[in-house]
Design a binder for this molecule. Structure first.
Ligand code: IFM
Length: 450
């Protein structure tokens, strides 16, 4: 790829955005009647988050949102993906609506539209109301129905203006990081709970899809966002190829198949044994409600080898030497994005695809008011090039959202891992556009050729 990448290589209607989530940027944890979420509880539990960091203040986006919207306008974005804090809208997770919470998002949506930014609204980016956790959280089937009611409250208010709804962000993480590895809230370590969680998250998704459609304009689009990882065998030996197939069931097919009417993949189901979820009649049909688009978050690939006796899948992840990595130790592998979206398109045919997150963390240094993050700039450029390769294949990719607009609360890693196009000083809350942000702005600034 010697040709300089230009915005004009992409379709004129392409969505250019950045993405964030409520708990990671908003702060204002107890402001204006917000209820507690499981992340308030988790981050305040000693030992759960690096450095004891919490999202109490974060980027204080709840108060500084106008500044942040202006930043996006200056970047030249046409879309913005954010999430709604369920306990800000419904402090107890159900029942009484917190008017001030809903008003915040109402103002935000208006502010976006005034600046030519189209809102892509995620309803669940991990901050479950603590009150619902207290009655069993996602392991309790009732939570799925509460989610559909919450979707109704939000869409009744915003559905006249929001054209893109994302029910859930990365159900793998809700299920596995939250309920199997215990690394994320609510910090449970139990495979059965993790798989039951995923099933109820998916049920909630399926229940919410028609609600969102009903409360929105005719041309509104409803989708979901998955974190997917292309899986590569360490060698081309048959046992490694089979290991890759098994790992792909764990990582990808378990999440894709039910959404596209195939139920849970049989091979993975058998591996899970007694831990498989309770599935009621009709659930799989509800879950496979037709989608207008699939959101894909891409960060890295996984390389695996056959390892008899390791875990449920007899698989070991291989940490390759001599490859480029980010500060998270994630491999930089742009070709994986092309391979992943090609595969998803060929096997599942989503009507439209959006890259709803892609980005990298590096140990940024602010020198004389400037962050020279050439590594991140290059990361974005290479992944946009990979996105272009996707488009050239005729795959209906419709947008790219950089993760993230701002440095923010990176979950169990606290503020140590910065992903922003914009640097945030967490003492003063000052925002400074990084070099990568300037590059994205200049890239977007060229006159669009229709
Ligand atoms: O910060 C997260 C985000 O909340 C979900 N996707 C991955 C990002 C980077 O880890």
């Amino acid at each position: 790829h010697n040709m300089t990448l230009s915005r004009n290589h992409f379709p004129a209607h392409f969505r250019w955005g950045s993405a964030t989530s409520s708990y990671q940027i908003e702060g204002a944890a107890d402001t204006d009647g917000k209820g507690k979420s499981i992340w308030d509880t988790f981050s305040h539990t000693p030992g759960k988050v690096k450095g004891g960091d919490t999202g109490d203040v974060a980027c204080d986006h709840y108060h500084l949102w106008e500044q942040d919207l202006n930043l996006m306008q200056d970047l030249g974005l046409n879309s913005y993906r954010f999430s709604i804090s369920w306990p800000r809208v419904l402090p107890a997770g159900k029942g009484t609506v917190n008017a001030k919470g809903l008003e915040f998002y109402d103002r935000l949506v208006d502010g976006l539209l005034q600046r030519g930014l189209d809102p892509f609204v995620t309803l669940y980016h991990w901050d479950l109301p603590q009150a619902l956790q207290d009655t069993g959280g996602w392991v309790n089937r009732e939570t799925a129905f509460h989610f559909a009611d919450y979707a109704a409250v939000v869409s009744e208010r915003l559905g006249d203006r929001v054209k893109h709804w994302i029910t859930h962000n990365e159900p793998f993480c809700t299920a596995m990081l939250g309920h199997l590895y215990g690394a994320h809230a609510p910090g449970i370590r139990d495979l059965k709970a993790a798989l039951q969680t995923l099933h109820h998250v998916y049920l909630s998704h399926g229940l919410a899809v028609p609600v969102l459609r009903q409360n929105s304009a005719q041309d509104a689009q409803v989708g979901i966002t998955l974190s997917l990882h292309p899986v590569y065998p360490f060698t081309d030996q048959p046992e490694d190829l089979e290991a890759a197939r098994r790992h792909d069931g764990f990582r990808n097919r378990w999440y894709l198949d039910p959404l596209y009417g195939r139920g849970y993949p049989q091979d993975t189901w058998e591996r899970y044994g007694a831990s498989v979820p309770d599935v009621q009649e009709g659930d799989l049909q509800t879950i496979s409600a037709e989608l207008d688009f699939l959101g894909v978050n891409y960060y890295f690939r996984e390389v695996v080898q056959h390892a008899p006796g390791e875990g449920l899948f007899d698989v070991r992840e291989v940490h390759l030497d001599g490859v480029e990595r980010t500060y998270f130790d994630w491999e930089v592998f742009p070709e994986g994005l092309t391979a992943l979206l090609t595969r998803v398109h060929e096997e599942y045919q989503p009507k439209k695809l959006f890259i709803t997150e892609n980005g990298a963390t590096y140990q940024d240094e602010m020198v004389g008011g400037v962050v020279q993050d050439e590594d991140r700039r290059r990361f974005f450029e290479r992944h946009l090039q990979a996105s272009l390769d996707v488009l050239k294949k005729g795959i209906p990719l419709e947008g790219y959202f950089a993760w993230s607009l701002l440095d923010n609360f990176e979950w169990a890693e606290g503020y140590d891992k910065r992903f922003g196009l914009v640097h945030v000083d967490f003492q003063t809350l000052t925002r400074t556009l990084k070099r990568s942000g300037e590059w994205y702005r200049d890239f977007l600034r060229v006159p669009v050729v229709p």
